[in-house]
Ligand binder design. Sequence first.
Ligand code: SF4
Ligand code: SF4
Length: 189
Amino acid sequence: MSLNECNYITQGNFYALNVTLLGKRILQHIGLNPGRLQIEFMSGGDGLLFAEVVDAFVKQVQALGPLGKGAEENIGSQALASRLSSVMKLVPYIKIAKREKLTARLTNEAAYEAHFTSEEIDSLFENVVSYYIEPSACKACMTCLRRCPVDAIDGRKNWIHVIDQEKCIKCGTCLEACPPLFSAVRKNF
Ligand code: SF4
Ligand code: SF4
């Protein structure tokens, strides 16, 4: 099945493929075998094909062994839990940082492997941005606090606001929301 056979205007097949390719590189970054993730495209009438594909994939994952102990993997369960938790927290940031590539329309299978590289994903995690509020510029208008999707900003009227770095998911909303007149939110690369 060709990816652009999808009849919906959003052409979600392309996005799903890109997310999967990115996910495979993230698995590698974590220390897991990318063969644990797979995407296949087929129509709703391909029941038999679907069963075959799922069966083959289950066998493939079973052959890899327990998570973290399979081929190309050697990671303890505590380290794995910690890495997974850090990556999950950064999902909104990753989606913003890789927005362009996630919306690309790949039509050539040969381009799949190179769409995201290991070096690129390692660098993405090594150079994670952070946001902070410059106290001398903050006018305590509460705009950023109201817009933050995870309540990571502490403050109230007439109190300088502060970003809780543990809660912050690096979405950048506060940077966009802070009125240009104040420009109190700063981004560290
Ligand atoms: S970047 Fe700003 S808006 Fe986004 S989670 Fe962090 S503090 Fe909240
Ligand atoms: S939007 Fe800007 S000025 Fe207003 S509270 Fe947030 S950081 Fe301070």
